[in-house]
Every structure is written in C-alpha cells, then in structure tokens.
Design a protein around this ligand. Sequence first.
Ligand SMILES: C[S@@+](CC[C@H](N)C(=O)[O-])C[C@H]1O[C@@H](n2cnc3c(N)ncnc32)[C@H](O)[C@@H]1O
Length: 200
Amino acid sequence: MNQQKFWNEKFSREDYLYGTNPNDFLVSCENNFKKAHRFLCLGEGEGRNAIYFAKIGFEVTAMDASDVGLKKLERLAKVENVQVKTRCIDLNEWEPKKKYGSIISSYLHMYKKDRKKLFDKIESCLKEKGFFIGEFFSKNQLNYSSGGPKDLDLLYSVDDFLNAFPNCTKHKVEEVEIELDEGKSHQGKASVIRVIIQKN
Ligand SMILES: C[S@@+](CC[C@H](N)C(=O)[O-])C[C@H]1O[C@@H](n2cnc3c(N)ncnc32)[C@H](O)[C@@H]1O
C-alpha cells in the first residue's frame, strides 16, 4: 500500500488522529525560527503544527502525501482564520525550488532507504543559518505501545541524522524517553529522537 492510501484511510475520521495541539518539542524550539523566513512543515498530516505556527505569525507551507489529511488541515485553518499553503506530494517526488528558513517535521515515518535523499533535499533548501527541527520515533519505540509503526525500517536511529547533513551544525540529536499525549494515537511512554540541525 502506498503512503497516500495508507494515510488517507487513517485520516478518514471526523476527529484529529494526533489532536489539534502542536507537538511540544517543536513549540519549545520556536525561538529558533524567524518570522521573516519561509516556514515548511514536512509530512504535516492534519496540520496541528502548521496551524499553530501560522497562528503566531509564520508564513507556513505544509506538505504531505495525504489529500485527506491536508483537507482537514484546510478546514481547521478556516476555523482558526489563518493561512497555510498546502501541497499534496510524496516527499520522494519533491524537488525543492524555494529556500526555507525553518523546516519542521513530527513523526514522519520515511523508509530508511528513502531518508538520505530526503535529508539531502532538506539541507539543500535550507537558507544559511536556517533550522531543521523534528521529532521522530526511535527504533526502541518497538518496546512501547504508545503509537508509531511496528516496522524497523520506518523507525530512526541517532546515526541516521549524525551521518547526514554534512553542511549543517547538529545542535541536538538525541534519543529520549518521553510521555506522549497527542490525540488518541500517541498516548503514553515513548522513545523518540529529537533533532535541532542548523545550516552552516
Ligand atoms: C504519523 S503522521 C504525522 C502527521 C503530523 N506530522 C503530526 O505529527 O500530526 C505521518 C505523516 O507523514 C506523511 N507521510 C508519510 N510518508 C510520506 C511521504 N513519503 N511523503 C509525504 N508524506 C508522507 C503521512 O501522510 C502522514 O500525514
């Protein structure tokens, strides 16, 4: 099953799978982002982060493979009276044309074989001194039942990030145990990798 079909089925429900509040770690990093710069959310799904950052004044674009997820994002943006540009695309097909000062992602489950190419694209479209910040399930998440894929190829290791982004400074690449409380689908103890990566 391709990503679009898989996620369209998951998002075909009235409520928001991961809630409508933004991811805590991304919010805690917001001082790294500059309002004057373009802000990109990768694998943004139903839009909880995109809406939050648009609400506090960023010019936000959200990309995702799921048109169903992005429609829910657009619906919420209307309710919240904010603008978010959406683009329905498989990130394996994405060819970045613009530069971004800020790129975020939460729980983007990319296959291991596709990651290097995506990370290279993220690095190439980051502005000088721009930030890529994200939170991802680690391989140790297999020991928990708080959400996420049960396929090792969709889970991350610290080395996935340390071995990529050659033209960036890695301020934080760490595996931590956290308590998740994000909608119905992310609840309980979890093992995640948090990254704060800045283009040189
Ligand atoms: C676990 S959900 C997380 C959604 C959102 N980031 C959040 O935290 O609420 C994973 C998202 O990544 C998207 N995704 C997975 N693989 C993708 C790909 N290859 N291209 C674009 N989007 C993808 C899915 O459509 C889904 O919206």
